[in-house]
Design a protein around this ligand. Structure first.
Ligand code: 5GP
Ligand code: MN
Ligand code: MN
Ligand code: MN
Length: 343
């Protein structure tokens, strides 16, 4: 019934279902490159032009863009929300953060852009930068300035650091309506309207919602830049000690964003003797939180989608490694699109 979409360009027979696994089931290297996707998840190039219905939420997932997207015209399809799972700069300088913000602002076809840092955004990890700035930058830059650039960027940019964000459908619609109004008002002559006795319109008030567009309840996101230690970069924590971070992931999280993968999902580094380098403690927390989606990056080779089935498949977590850059830091992996039904 659903099209079989293959990650691999190699023509191999498609499996009947997309790759699913129990929480502790390692994935063999041979199976890595072929599987079909869940019915509402798409590689950008093969996504239908429209959402199944206007009241669905289209989410586009990217990660690990490393300041390569602008020069390469990296294509980002139209969506309601973009999520970026970290490593948006090459080396975390203020200028590179500016460059990234500038690129995000150019995505005017997506009203909300939720961003978390990765290990390359060294300036955003205050404690780390204080100690190690000279390993990355020739002159020391200001941590607060860099953080404030992201926090005050506007244009729907939401920077999260171990914190939640609820997708506000009303706000999204309001923005959309304002944009439409702006576009249509260009050819309309303004008429004086007597507002006596009418309360001033609060421009931040939610627009009157068409029930068909009512994804007002909002999906709950929670995002963290932390990952298991690898060569002493920002937001690194030694394996075995990340439990204290993951315990803050709220149990009602719908969409979890972390820079790094959980163990066994989008986490294969073929050269490593461990093979699966994802965070074991993050997997442990997933077993409790069981979000609908887990979006991450960091392990560029792990780009792709898999699913963890809970309780014998009655519900699941779809794991999305959205690394846009390949192992050689070229932005060749397309965004991954998810169409979410109204909550
Ligand atoms: P980045 O430097 O962009 O954070 O990570 C890029 C690459 O570093 C990954 O694609 C992967 O090859 C490697 N890498 C990152 N973390 C780990 C890890 O924990 N173990 C191993 N073996 N490689 C890693
Ligand atoms: Mn990266
Ligand atoms: Mn839950
Ligand atoms: Mn990384």
């Amino acid at each position: 019934m659903f099209p079989s979409i293959l990650k691999s360009s190699k023509p191999k027979p498609p499996p009947q279902n997309f790759r699913a696994s129990r929480p502790e089931q390692p994935v063999e290297l041979a199976e890595q490159d072929v599987w079909a996707l869940p019915p509402n998840v798409y590689w950008a190039a093969t996504a239908p032009a429209n959402k199944p219905a206007p009241n669905w939420l289209r989410m586009v997932c990217i990660s690990d863009t490393h300041n390569t997207t602008d020069a390469n015209n990296y294509p980002v399809p139209e969506a309601d929300i973009l999520v970026h799972a970290g490593d948006f700069t090459k080396m975390g300088t203020t200028a590179q953060i500016d460059q990234f913000i500038c690129w995000l602002k150019s995505l005017t076809h997506i009203p909300i852009k939720v961003v978390v840092a990765g290990n390359h955004e060294v300036i955003l990890d205050k404690e780390f930068y204080e100690k190690h700035w000279h390993r990355f930058h020739t002159t020391k830059e200001d941590h607060e300035t860099a953080v404030n650039k992201l926090k005050s960027a506007g244009h729907g940019i939401i920077y999260l650091n171990n914190e939640p964000y609820t997708v506000d459908g009303a706000k999204l619609l309001h923005k959309k309506h304002q944009k439409q109004k702006k576009q249509s008002s260009t050819n309309i002559t303004t008429k004086h309207v007597d507002t006596t006795g009418v309360a001033d319109m609060d421009i931040d008030a939610p627009a009157v919602l068409d029930p068909r567009e009512g994804w007002v309840e909002g999906y709950r996101i929670w995002a963290s830049p932390w990952q298991p230690e690898f060569w002493e970069w920002a937001f690194n924590e030694v394996r075995g000690k990340l439990k204290d971070i993951w315990k803050h992931i709220p149990e009602d999280t719908d969409i979890l964003m972390t820079h790094g993968p959980p163990k066994y999902h989008g986490d294969i580094v073929p050269q490593d003797k461990e093979l699966h380098v994802g965070c074991e403690e993050l997997l442990e927390r997933l077993k409790v939180v069981r979000p609908l989606y887990h979006v991450f990056g960091h392990i560029h080779q792990g780009y792709g989608v898999s699913e963890i089935e809970w309780d014998g498949g009655s519900h699941s977590t779809v794991c999305i490694n959205a690394s846009s850059c390949t192992e050689s830091y070229r932005p060749l992996n397309r965004p991954i699109i998810v169409d979410l039904p109204p909550k």
